[in-house]
Design a protein around this ligand. Sequence first.
Ligand SMILES: Nc1nc2c(ncn2[C@@H]2O[C@H](COP(=O)(O)OP(=O)(O)OP(=O)(O)O)[C@@H](O)[C@H]2O)c(=O)[nH]1
Ligand SMILES: [Mg+2]
Length: 194
Amino acid sequence: MSYLEKEMQQEEFVAKELDKGDFGHKLLFIGLAQTGKSSIIKVVFEGLKPEETSEVLATVRYQRKLIDFSGYSLNVYDVGGQITYLEEAFVALRESIFSHLKTLFFVVDSSKINQLEEAKNYFKRALRNAEEYSKGAHIIVLTHKMDLIPDEKKEFTFNKITEFFEIDKYDNVNAFSTSIFDESIFEAIEETLS
Ligand SMILES: Nc1nc2c(ncn2[C@@H]2O[C@H](COP(=O)(O)OP(=O)(O)OP(=O)(O)O)[C@@H](O)[C@H]2O)c(=O)[nH]1
Ligand SMILES: [Mg+2]
C-alpha cells in the first residue's frame, strides 16, 4: 500500500470515528446561507471578535472541528447553507451528519422574515433526520442576529418565528434569541451544553 493510500485510509477511519460521536459532544450547526452559523462557532469557541466575522467566508460543503471548550470536548459540524450543500447534507451525507448528535442548532436570521418558509422546510427535515439518527438529541432554534431588530420588536419577532416553527409541538426543541454582539449567544450555548 502506498503512503498516500495509507494516509487516505487513516483519514477515512478518523472521519468514521468522529461521525460516531466518540470524540466528545457532537454539535451540528445548520440553517440557510448567511444566517451566521460559522460566525457563532468562531466567536463562541475560537474567540474571534464579533466585528471580525464580516470576513468569514461562506462555508463550502461542511466543516468539522474538534474543540475544547469549558471542560467539554466538542465535535462541531458546520454545514454550508447554500442549497447544494444543504441538499448534500440531507441526502448523500445524511447518516454521517445526523447520527450521534448531542445538540442540533438550527440557525435563523431573525431579520429575514421572507426566508422563514424555506427555513421551516429545512427545520422540519432536520427534525426528522435527528429523530431517525439521533433519538433524544436536543434541538435548539437560534433566532439569531437579534441586534438587527429594534428593541420594541424583539419579543414579537422571537414569538413570531417560534410560533411559525411550531416548536411548542416538540418536547426536545427549545429556542433562544441570540446575537454575536452581546452575551446572548454565549448564554444560549453554555445553557445547552450544561
Ligand atoms: N448583525 C449580525 N450579523 C451577524 C451575526 N452573526 C453573524 N453575522 C454576520 O452574518 C454574515 C454571515 O455569517 P456566516 O457566519 O458566514 O454565515 P453562515 O451561516 O456560516 O453562512 P454559510 O456558510 O454560507 O451557510 C457575516 O457577515 C457575519 O458578520 C449577528 O449576530 N448579528
Ligand atoms: Mg458558514
